[in-house]
Design a protein around this ligand. Sequence first.
Ligand code: DCP
Length: 180
Amino acid sequence: MMATNGEKACGVKDESSVSSNGAFGSNSPSAAVNGAAKEASPASKLQNGGAEAAKRFTFTSEPTIEDIRRLQAEFTDERDWNQFHQPRNLLLAMVGEVGEVSELFQWRGEVAEGLPDWTESEREQLGQELSDVLIYLVELAEKCHVDLPQAVLRKMALNRLKYPASKVHGSAKKYTEYKD
Ligand SMILES: Nc1ccn([C@H]2C[C@H](O)[C@@H](COP(=O)(O)OP(=O)(O)OP(=O)(O)O)O2)c(=O)n1
């Protein structure tokens, strides 16, 4: 199944939410807000980016990041490749794969959300290259002993503090550009 084909793999469904303290849960009140199953209040529209969130593309829930870490660890162990998978090598491999993602976009000009003008083969290729990036990212985090799921929650909480929605809504300015 195509990784980028949201219609088959991933229907529209409620999005899980992460609160500002980093808590995560799909059954919290804000999950329903983000999933936009009901009409959103003005405040929640501010949170979820507006009405477009109602038909936002979503992922399937598995594999988790830990699943990906474990599967890649098995792949690496089975090949006796840990001897090559030191942090620096994994970083370079990941950056190489980011370059391969970039190649798919280069010279196309602006690309619309959902890649409407891309062929199925190009979408499949993109799914593969993005997966390569993710696989190396997850293994890099593992080999650096960074608990990536928790680190990403903490970072998103920091982002929320740095960019309060009420202050930056509709603006792409860097936080350093705000005066107060
Ligand atoms: N030493 C290696 C080599 C490969 N892989 C895994 C992780 C990546 O998901 C994928 C990368 O494989 P390639 O280096 O063959 O790169 P591509 O799949 O991108 O092939 P190509 O460079 O031909 O596009 O395989 C790995 O874990 N460790």
